[in-house]
Write a protein that binds this ligand. Structure first.
Ligand code: PLP
Length: 230
């Protein structure tokens, strides 16, 4: 669905002010929350309009679509986040072209990303996806296996383990949303108590980002609220 420049500018400003309000309500500095505009199924031109409106970070789920879009936006300085599921035979272009990867949930994928990250590039920023509610189709490491995986990934030379990501199913109420996000925050605190230095909680989408910010989200991934329904 195409969205015009005025509307997109308006939506970016609305989402930014909702992020600001949610951060302030939680006693947080709004600058600690990064907006990642999720452009899956959107055109390169829509992404360009969002960039003109000041968005610097973009999230994509589907590799081929993402690479084609990136190729049309090389004149802009953008940070690209891979937020989709990762197949092991598709890690190379992810390692080569993205700045962040959010859906890492197993060691062999992390190893490949580290081996395939070009030497001239800075380390690839990685978040581990945690399956807070057992939902086999959506991926994510189980909370019981998280510490072990995090320890191994943190040791890979061409990756920088930044934090945790979750993709919970829709909850009935803001309270229920917050309870899920609070569990990811606790998981991050536990890893840091074991000596890791993680600074990123990638949680919150269009329907629940205010709850996520209340629980400490440092990065929200927002598509629909910016670009309209897909
Ligand atoms: C699609 C998607 C989003 C954005 O969802 P909206 O509800 O459109 O904001 C965020 N994160 C991931 C992993 C997604 O796949």
């Amino acid at each position: 669905m195409l969205i015009g420049p005025q509307n997109l500018m308006l939506h970016v400003n609305q989402v930014r002010s909702r992020i600001r309000d949610a951060a302030m309500a939680a006693g947080r500095d709004p600058a600690t929350v990064t907006l990642v505009a999720v452009t899956k199924t959107q055109t390169a031109e829509s992404a360009r309009l969002a960039a003109i409106a000041g968005v610097t970070d973009f999230g994509e789920n589907y590799l081929q679509e993402a690479l084609a879009k990136m190729d049309r936006l090389t004149d802009l300085t953008l940070r690209w986040h891979f937020i989709g599921g990762i197949q092991s035979n598709k890690t190379r272009p992810i390692a080569e072209r993205f700045d962040w990867v959010h859906g890492v949930d197993r060691l062999n994928i992390a190893r490949r990303l580290s081996e395939q990250r070009p030497f001239h590039a800075p380390p690839l920023n990685v978040c581990l996806q945690v399956a807070l509610d057992p939902e086999p189709t959506k991926g994510g490491v189980s909370p019981g296996d998280l510490a072990d995986l995090a320890g191994h990934v943190a040791g890979l030379p061409r990756l920088k383990l930044r934090g945790l990501m979750c993709l919970p199913p829709p909850q009935e109420s803001p309270e229920a949303q917050r309870a899920v996000f609070a569990r990811l925050k606790v998981a991050l605190q536990e890893l840091n108590a074991r000596g890791l230095k993680l600074d990123t909680l990638s949680m919150g989408m269009s329907a629940d980002f205010e709850s996520a910010i209340a629980e400490g989200a440092t990065l929200v991934r927002i598509g629909t609220a910016l670009f309209g329904p897909r």
